[in-house]
Design a protein around this ligand. Structure first.
Ligand code: 5GP
Length: 127
C-alpha cells in the first residue's frame, strides 16, 4: 500500500507560509517550531519539508540527504533547547506518532521534542 499525503494538513500550510509558526530552526530539508499547545516546558516539533505522512514513510522513501538533515535537526533542537541527554542536559523524549493506532493528529511527519521536566513512564494505559 502506498502512503497517501494530504497537502491540506496544517503543517503543509505552515511550510507554505500560509499559517504562522514560532520557528526554532530552519535547515535545507527541515523546520522546527514550538508546539501550539505545549505539553512540557520544552515542546518543539521537527518536520521535514518533504511530503511524508509519518516516520516510516520518511524512513522508507526520503533521500539520504533529507534523512541526514532531519536527524541532525532533531539533535540540534535538543541541544538548542538544553534537553540533550548528555552530562550537561537533563534529557528529553522524542515521539513520532503515526496513523490511527499511533493517534496521529496531523498527517505530516513530526518528531515531538519534549523536555524541561520529568515526563513519567513512556506509555499511558490504552483508552
Ligand atoms: P500528533 O498528535 O499528530 O502527534 O501531534 C500534533 C501536534 O501538533 C499537537 O501537539 C498539536 O498541539 C500541534 N499542532 C496542531 N496544530 C498546530 C498549529 O497550527 N501550530 C503548531 N505550532 N502546532 C500545532
Amino acid at each position: 500500500m502506498a502512503y497517501i499525503y494530504d497537502d491540506q494538513n496544517i503543517f503543509a500550510k505552515i511550510l507554505r507560509g500560509e499559517i504562522p509558526n514560532d520557528t526554532v530552526l530552519e535547515t535545507e530539508h527541515s523546520l522546527a517550531f514550538r508546539d501550539i499547545a505545549p505539553q512540557a516546558p520544552v515542546h518543539v516539533l521537527v518536520i521535514p519539508r518533504g511530503a511524508y505522512t509519518c516516520y516510516d514513510h520518511f524512513a522508507l522513501e526520503a533521500s539520504d540527504a533529507e534523512i541526514v538533515d532531519f536527524t541532525r535537526a532533531v539533535g540540534r533542537v535538543c541541544e538548542m533547547m538544553g534537553v540533550q541527554a548528555d552530562a550537561a542536559g537533563d534529557g528529553c523524549r522524542l515521539i513520532a506518532n503515526g496513523g490511527r493506532h499511533g493517534v496521529q493528529e496531523v498527517p505530516h511527519l513530526h518528531v515531538h521534542v519534549l523536555g524541561g521536566r520529568g515526563l513519567g513512564r513512556m506509555l499511558a494505559p490504552a483508552e
